[in-house]
Design a protein around this ligand. Sequence first.
Ligand code: TRP
Ligand code: ZN
Length: 851
Amino acid sequence: MKDTAPQTIYLKDYTPFGFVVESVHLTFDLAPNATRVHSRIAFAPNPEASDRRFFLHGEDLKLIGASIDGTPVTPDVTDKGLTCTVPDGPFLWECEVEIDPQGNTALEGLYMSNGMYCTQCEAEGFRKITYYPDRPDVMSVFTVEIRGPQPVLLSNGNPRELGDGHAVWHDPWPKPAYLFALVAGELLVQSDRFTTCSGKEVELNLYVRPGDEGKCDFGMEALKKSMKWDEEVYGREYDLDVFNIVAVDDFNAGAMENKGLNIFNSAAVLASPETATDANFERIEAIIAHEYFHNWTGNRITCRDWFQLCLKEGLTVYRDSQFTSDLRSAPVKRISDVIDFRARQFPEDQGPLAHPVRPESFQEINNFYTATVYEKGAEVIGMLKRLVGDRAYAEALDLYFARHDGQACTIEDWLRVFEDVTGRDLAQFKRWYSQAGTPRLAVRDDWNDGTYTLHFTQTLAPSAATADPQPQVIPISVGLLGPDGDEVLATRTLEMTEATQSFAFEGLDARPTPSILRAFSAPVVLERDSDTAERAFLLAHDTDPFNRWEAGRALARDTMMSMATTGAPAGSAYLDGMLAVLRDDDLDPAYRALMLAQPSQSELATALAEAGSTPDPDAIWQAGETLALALAQHAQDVLPRILAECRVDGPYRPDPDQTSKRALGARALALVTRLDGGAQAAAQYAAADNMTLQLSSLGCLLTAGKGDEQVAAFYEQWQDDRLVIDKWFGMQIAGAAPARAAAIAADLTGHPDFNWKNPNRFRATLGALAMNHAGFHAADGSGYRLLADWLIRLDPVNPMTTARMCSAFQTWRRYDSARQSLIGAELDRIAATPGLSPDTTEMMSRIRGAK
Ligand code: TRP
Ligand code: ZN
C-alpha cells in the first residue's frame, strides 16, 4: 500500500531520462518472505537529455546495499525511490534489495499465487522488484538468473542455462521494465512447435498447475493460429526461440504480454468442453491472440510514456478483432463488439470518468486501463482505416514497423506514418485522441426532384476533460434502399469534417430509405427521428448486416422504453419483426441469437437518461420480463422447431458452426422457459454434457425462479474446479430476481469458498451484483451497501482491483434523488476510509466530482 498523497502527472511535462541503460543483469534468490534481488545495471549519460539527476523508482523494497563501479554508496531513499550522486560518464550500478512476495496481496511486482512465484509489472510494478528507471522509454537488454528449488524457473527471452535449482535467461530484444517477467513453481508443461514463415523453429510451452493439464489444447491451437495470422496479414514473424505462456490463478487482469513469457489469468487460457462455455472459448482465443500480437504492437514498438497507452492497446485490440472476424463471423463479431462498447465505453465517455483516448493527466495509471483507451482506441484505428482505405492502411503499418522497430513511440509517430503514406493532414482527425466524450450525430433528410439529401450536425458536450470541443472527422458509412427494399446506393463512406454538413445523392427514382452509420463506422450516437415503420423496413431489408441488427435493436429499445415509462404493451412491430428473423433460416443462427437478445437493462437506463427521463430500474426490469413473455407467446409455434434445429449431435467442438447453433438454442430455450416454467430447461440440464448447455439451461431455471436443486448439484459436481465455481457464484447473482440479488450476493460472500482476495472470485460475486441492474439499484440501497463494504475491505489488500470496480458507481447521477443520496452516502463512506489507496482515492474524487 502506498501512503503518500496522490500526485498528478501531466503529458506536457514529459522529459527523457538522463541516462541510457546499456544492460541489466538480475539475480533472484527466491524465498517466500525474503527474496533477494541483486541488480547490475550499466548506465551511461543520455545524449538526448539535459537533466542528469539520477532517480530510480523503488517501492516496498528493503535496500541491503548499493555500489557504483564497485565502491559502496549510500543513496537517499524515500518510499518512492532513491537518488544518488553518480559519475559524469558511464558507470556500473549494483544494488541488492529484499522483497516479500508472500506478503504481496496487491498482485503487482513479484508475488505468490498458490505457491508459485509470478510477476505483473505493467504499468509500474517493476519498481516493487528493484530500484530502476521504471518508465517505458527506458529500454534495455535483460539477463536474468534465478535460484530456487522450483523445477520450473522462467524469465523473458531464450534460456541460456537450465540447471537444478538454477536458470539463466537472456532476452536479446531491448525492452522496458514493464515487460519483465519471472515465474517459478512446480508446473506441468504442454509443448508444441511452430515453424515461422522464414523457416525458424519456435518451441511453444504452456505451463499450468498440476490438475490443469487437460485444459491446454485449445489455448495452444489459438496460439498457433495467432502466429500464422500475424505473418499472413501483418507480415510479422516471431523473434525468439521459445514462446512461453503461464496460467496463474491470482491475476488482476486478463493476461500480460511480457516478452516471450506471457502470463495469463487461468480463466483467460484454460478450457475444456466440460468446464468452459462457448463464450469462454471465444474469449480465450481472442486474448491469446491479443497478447501474442503485442509482441510487435507493444513490445518491439512500445510506448514512450503511459499517456500513449492507446498506441499499443488500441492497435492490439483492433488487430485481435480483425483476427476474430477472420476466423469466425465478421458481422457477429462486429455486433458483439458494439453491444459491449455501448455497455462499457458509452457510460464512461458520458459520465464523470470521461477522458480522452490519450489522457493528458493522471494520478494512478492503473485507473486508465479503460474501455476508452482500449476499445475507443481500437475504434479510432478502424475509422482511420476506413478513411485512408485498406491499401494505404497496409502501407502505413509496414512503414510503422520499419521506421519505429525498437523504439518507444507516441501517437504523433503513429499518425505521421499515415500522413507520409497518404499525403493527408491528420491534424483534425487527431481530435479523436484528445477530446473526451461521445459525439452526437443528428441527421435529417429531404427529397427534392430526384435529389435526396442527408443533413448532419455533430455536437460534443463540453466536459471537465474537454472544455471547448471542436468538430471531429466522422466517417459515416451510408447505403440507400429503394421502396421495395433493393439497394439503390451501395455502401459509401461520407467524410464529415464540419459541425454541420450535407450530402446530396442525385438521380434517384423515388425517395429512398437511408441506412446510416453502417457497421457502426464511427463511435457516435446517431440521432434520427425514425419511426417504427422505417425501423421495421430496415429490419426486413437492410443489406448491411450490422444496420439490420441495429434496426431490430432500436425497435426493442423503443418498445421497452415506452413500456418502462408509460406501461404500454409490447410493440407489435418488434414482435412481428423478431418472428420473421427467427423464421429466416438463411440467417446465421448466431446472428439470429444476437437479434433476439434484449438490450441490457443498463443500456436502457442510458437511453432513458439521454431522452431526458430518470430511469426506474424496477420498471425497466419489469418491461424486460413482460417483453420476453410477449415474444415467447408470439413465437410459440416456431420455438420447438428452432430448438430441434439447434441441437448439436456428435462431440463438442467450440467452432463457429456449433457455437452458433448453441447460441440460438439458448435464446429459444429462454423463451420456451417463459411458457413451460422450466420443464425443458430442466431436461436439458439433466442431459447436458458440456458447460455451455449446462450453464444456459441453469440460467433459464434461475430466471424462472427455479433451479435450487440444480444449483446444489452443480456445486457438488464442480467444487474442485475453481474456474467453474466462479461461474457458480456469478450465475446465482446474475440470475436472481432484483429483490433478492443483494441478499443472495451477501449470503455467497459468507460461503467458505468465497476467497475474496482472489480477483476472479471477488469479481464473480460483487461484479455480478453490479451487473444485475435492478438488483444492484434495489431501492433500499442494499446493493450499494454490500458493494461498498467489500470495496472498503479489499482496498488495502488489492487497490488495483478495488479501484477498477468503483466504476460500478459511475452512472449514479442519472438515477432518482433517493438513489443518488444512497449512493452518495456510500461514496462518501468509501472516500472517508482511513488509509484509502491512491488508486481508489482518485476514482472516488473523479466519480463524486471535484469538490
Ligand atoms: N497489457 C495487458 C493487456 O492489455 C493488460 C494488463 C495486464 C494490465 N495486467 C495488467 C494492466 C495489470 C494493468 C495492470 O494485454
Ligand atoms: Zn493489451
